[in-house]
Ligand binder design. Sequence first.
Ligand code: ATP
Length: 359
Amino acid sequence: MAGVVLEHLTKRFGRVVAVKDFSLSVRDREFIVLVGPSGCGKTTVLRMIAGLETPTEGRIYIGDKLVNDMPPKDRDIAMVFQNYALYPHMSVYHNMAFGLELRRTSRAETRARVEEAARILQIEHLLERRPRELSGGQRQRVALGRAIVRKPRVFLMDEPLSNLDAKLRVEMRASLAELHQALGVTTLYVTHDQIEAMTMGHRIVVMRGGAIEQVDTPLDLYNKPNSKFVGEFIGSPAMNFLKGTVRQGQVVSPYMNLALRSELLAALRGYEGQEVWVGIRPENLELAPPGSRENLIRTTIKLVEPIGAETILIGSAGEASITARVEAEETAAVGETLLLQARPDKVHVFDLQTERNVL
Ligand code: ATP
C-alpha cells in the first residue's frame, strides 16, 4: 500500500487551465474526498494520478516513486467510474477475473481473489449471473469487485454511486466505508454528494477553478470554513449569507443586529464602519424567544416545510434569502414577518472583498 503525493500539479488543455498548482499529500490508507462545482478539475486530478492524462507541470509520487513517466498499467492503481462498463456476455465471475487473467495470474489465485472479493461485497450468490440479470447496486458491486481483486495500492473513484437511486446510494456508501475499513487501501474519491463527502472522507479537498480552496477534516471544514465559498459549498441546506456593517461591537443592517463574540471583535478591530458578509448555518437559527434583543434577524417567511423531525423555514431578510432549521413544533405562517435568533458562537464573518473568513 502507499500514500500519494501530488506536487504543484497543473494541467492545461489548450487555453483551459483544468488544474492549477495542486499540491496534496495523501497518507497511506487515507480516504480523501474531492468535491467542488462541475468543471473544477476533480476528474482531471484523478486521471493524472491514473496516468490517463499527462500533467503539464508538477510531479506525482505513488509510494516513494515518481510516476510521471510510468505507464498506467504499471502504477498499480484501480479506477472505478460512474459508468462502469461490465462485459455483458461474461458472467459476474469472469467480469471480475478478467483483469487478473490478462495479467496471467494463476487460476487458483484468480479464483481465491474473486471469491474473497465476492464475499466482502456480498455477491457470492451472483457469480454465475450475467450483468443484465443484476440490479444497479449489484452491478456497481461487481465493478468494485473488479477493482478489488487486483489488490491495487490506490483506489481512484469518480462518482461511483451517482447512477444509483437514493436508497441504494445509502447502502453502497456504508459498503464502501466497510470495504475501506477492511482493505485499508488509500482512496481518492470524487463526489458531488455532500453527505458522501462528510461521512466517508477522512479529509475533504474543496476545489474551485482547478485549485484547492481548503483541505480539512469534515468537521473542521464545516465549523471553520476559510472562505465564503467553502461555507456555501459544504452543508445542506446551505449557509445563509447577509451583508451588514460593523458598528460598536455588532454587525448591523436594517434586518439584523448581531453581537460579536470576543474573538470576532478582535478580528474585526480594523473594520469599524465597513461592510462584511455574515454567514449563519440554518441549524444555528431559531425562533427568537419573546423579549430577545440581540442576534436577531427580521425575516419574512415564504415557505414552511415540516419534514417530521424538524421544520425548515425559508424566507427573506432584505436581499438575503434565509433558511432556518427549527424544532418540529416551532412553526410559522407563510407571509408572516418574525424574528429569528442566531447562536452568536456559531456566526462566521467574511471580508466583503476577499470573501476570506476574518478569523
Ligand atoms: P464534473 O464535476 O462536471 O465532472 P470536474 O470537476 O471533474 O467536473 P474536469 O472534468 O476535471 O472537472 O474538467 C476540468 C476542466 O477541464 C473543465 O473546464 C473541462 O471542460 C476541461 N477539460 C477536461 N478534459 C478536457 C479535455 N480532454 N480537453 C479539453 N478540456 C478538458
